[in-house]
Write a protein that binds this ligand. Structure first.
Ligand SMILES: NC(=O)c1ccc[n+]([C@@H]2O[C@H](COP(=O)([O-])OP(=O)(O)OC[C@H]3O[C@@H](n4cnc5c(N)ncnc54)[C@H](O)[C@@H]3O)[C@@H](O)[C@H]2O)c1
Length: 339
């Protein structure tokens, strides 16, 4: 099968046409990938940074944001589904006669610590059937393909009360931008997002931010004063990659109310708590199985619009351009089309 993999220990990603179709285990489903989205983690691997060199084995097929068709269940699951015994994912199995069903599926390897497992930049992927979620009507393939990072944003944002609150989001990456949409959906008052990238701040505005701040050009304190926010923010999230402590510090000082703080990834929670002596710093990781997924589906069905964030589509054979576009910082989510 066709797949993208890390062939050599240097920047880049390579295509093969000869990867074996994964063998299906007793409790597995084989899915045919329809769309994949390029994650920031994929860009780390593409650039072959120090983290990737430590964590990603050469030869690995990468990728973990996708929507797929389910094609084949393992024989045991199929047998169970024909009887009455298979209840755990009843809605999923009920649709077997109409296979292939459109399914967004995810594995724990979507979380960074398992990036050494075979991924979704491939025509086929095998995963535990219980980890597949059927995507219902009202959720487009494009949206389903970015449910993995959307889940991070939803899980982060909904870890706190938002109704009537003032929120500060540091970092207008895809997760920060989607967090804006969730805050707006959930009824926050001021949704202020900072970055040093105007392209991404514009996307955040389209997705529900009430105020965008380029901290390389503007002072957050001035913006807060214009918004008459004497008491600071109720909730603050830090969503940039590592190495941004100085500006974190500045935005932290803006949160004098300091009721809550969420930080991605969790390591910053302990560092933040120690740096700022604040026990209410909370590290947030991944998504909740399956509560976050149900919430995502319902919010999208109820009108939360992710489309401004999806800025580029490429056929899979143009994967080089897709990765370069994502790496440039001048994009929202970039989707690769497999069929
Ligand atoms: N914990 C989890 O489960 C989980 C899952 C996915 C991603 N993450 C992490 O969440 C973070 C956000 O993910 P993403 O894909 O949106 O990241 P991203 O790297 O695409 O975006 C980060 C943004 O932060 C901006 N930024 C950098 N320094 C800044 C500063 N000082 N002030 C304001 N903005 C600044 C960058 O310009 C960029 O737009 C990343 O650190 C990622 O590793 C965590």
């Amino acid at each position: 099968m066709k797949a993208l993999y890390k062939k050599e220990a240097k920047p880049g990603i390579w295509m093969t046409h000869d990867a074996p179709v994964p063998a299906i285990g007793a409790n597995d489903v084989l899915i045919k990938i329809k769309k994949t989205s390029v994650c920031g983690t994929d860009i780390h691997i593409y650039k072959w940074d120090a983290w990737s060199q430590r964590n990603v084995p050469l030869g690995l097929i990468t990728g973990h944001e996708y929507v797929a068709w389910s094609t084949r269940l393992a024989a045991r699951l199929l047998a169970l589904s024909l009887g009455t015994g298979f209840r755990a994912r009843a809605s999923y199995v009920r649709n077997l006669p109409q296979l292939p069903q459109r399914a967004q599926a995810f594995v724990h390897s979507a979380e960074g610590h398992c990036v050494n497992q075979p991924g979704a930049f491939a025509e086929y992927l095998c995963l535990p059937a219980a980890n597949a979620i059927k995507i219902p009507d009202g959720v487009s393939d494009d949206f389903a393909a970015i449910f993995d990072p959307f889940g991070n944003a939803v899980h982060t944002a909904l870890s706190f009360n938002l109704v009537g609150e003032d929120v500060l989001i540091t970092g207008a990456g895809p997760i920060g931008i989607m967090a804006c949409a969730v805050c707006a959906f959930a009824g926050a008052r001021h949704i202020v997002i900072t970055d040093v990238n105007d392209y991404r701040l514009d996307l955040a505005k389209k997705m529900g931010a009430t105020c965008t701040v380029n901290v390389a050009k503007q002072s957050l304190a001035t913006v807060m004063s214009e918004l008459k926010m004497g008491e600071g923010f109720d909730v603050g999230w830090r969503c940039p990659a590592t190495g941004c402590i100085p500006l974190h510090d500045r935005s932290d000082a803006a949160g004098r109310k300091n009721r809550h703080a969420g930080i991605l990834p969790p390591i910053w929670a302990s560092i933040g708590a120690r740096l700022f002596s604040r026990p209410d710093h909370q590290g947030i990781y991944g998504r909740e199985m399956f509560e976050t997924w149900y919430k995502m589906i319902v919010m999208v069905q109820s009108g939360l619009d992710l489309s401004p964030l999806i800025t580029h589509h490429f056929p899979i054979d143009e994967y080089q351009t897709a990765f370069e576009t994502m790496a440039s910082g001048q994009s929202g989510k970039v989707i690769l089309e497999w069929s």
